[in-house]
Design a protein around this ligand. Structure first.
Ligand code: ATP
Ligand code: MG
Length: 253
């Protein structure tokens, strides 16, 4: 039975997609079957794994509104053993469609049930909001991974996210665990980054991954080549650290 991990933070640009793509790709590199589900209307995850935005209408949008089955939406990527269910901009409208549906928080969970056995890991790349799409992902997940950017406002908005997670644990998904907090875009030259690391470790204790992802330009270049970092520049610090992070996720079981 595959483990479903939601990569969530309602803050924009904190490294959700970069973390999803690269952790998923390294785990696939270990011979596990891995699926990324992109539920962000910005549809960024596809770039990182060499999948162009789907024009054929086979995206997570059609799955959620029930016009295709989840199996029909799965595509292969530039990485062996790594699969993707793409998103596209139509998903922005789906949020309205979903609000009228019965059991609207469980639509993704129900869909994933049909394919959970086909993968070892399923990562869900969330949009930067706490709307119905993120709720669907938290309701469907076994655990949530929270990327936090090492910047001044890193902890701002975090209480809101933790409240939503607690609400989901109480009402929608008792089994939802916190996989861990990932510190991203760390800059060792600044005191600020170091301060954020120590604040976050004080707050979350052992729920913070040991691996810290530094700011590394190679990570931001890789998606324009349609490759995860391990295939784009294996020797870069971004690659080394994301591989270590993937190891930690594997160790968590
Ligand atoms: P959104 O909320 O819009 O979905 P996100 O949380 O998914 O954003 P990313 O898209 O992963 O964030 O990252 C935001 C930008 O920062 C991207 O341009 C990405 O390439 C870049 N980036 C992410 N992590 C790093 C890093 N460690 N070093 C340098 N650039 C990074
Ligand atoms: Mg993103």
């Amino acid at each position: 039975m595959g483990k479903v991990i939601s990569v969530s933070n309602q803050k924009g640009g904190v490294g959700k997609t970069t973390t999803t793509v690269n952790v998923a790709a390294f785990i696939a590199g270990r011979g596990r079957r891995v699926l990324i589900i992109d539920i962000d209307p910005q549809a960024n995850a596809g770039y990182g794994v060499g999948v162009k935005a789907d024009e054929a209408g086979r995206t997570i949008y059609e799955v959620l509104v029930g016009t295709i089955s989840i199996k029909e939406a799965v595509v292969t990527t530039s990485v062996p053993d790594l699969y993707l269910i793409p998103s596209n901009i139509h998903l922005a409208g789906a949020q309205m469609d979903l609000l009228d549906m019965e059991g609207k928080e469980y639509i993704l969970r129900e869909a994933i049930r049909d394919i959970k056995n086909n993968y070892d890991y399923i990562f869900i790349d969330c949009p930067p909001s706490l709307g119905i799409l993120t709720l669907n992902s938290l309701a469907a997940a076994d655990s949530v991974m929270i990327p936090l950017q090492c910047e001044y406002y890193a902890l701002e908005g975090l209480n809101q996210l933790l409240r939503i997670i607690a609400m989901v644990q109480e009402n929608l998904n008792r089994g939802l665990a916190i996989e861990g907090v990932v510190l991203t875009m760390y800059d060792s030259r600044t005191n600020l980054s170091q301060q954020v690391v120590s604040d976050v470790r004080d707050y979350f204790g052992d729920k913070v991954f040991k691996t810290i992802i530094p700011r590394n330009v190679r990570l931001s270049e890789a998606p324009s080549f349609g490759k995860p970092i391990g295939h784009y520049d294996r020797a870069s610090i971004g690659s080394i650290t994301y591989e270590n992070l993937a190891e930690e996720v594997l160790k968590n079981g």
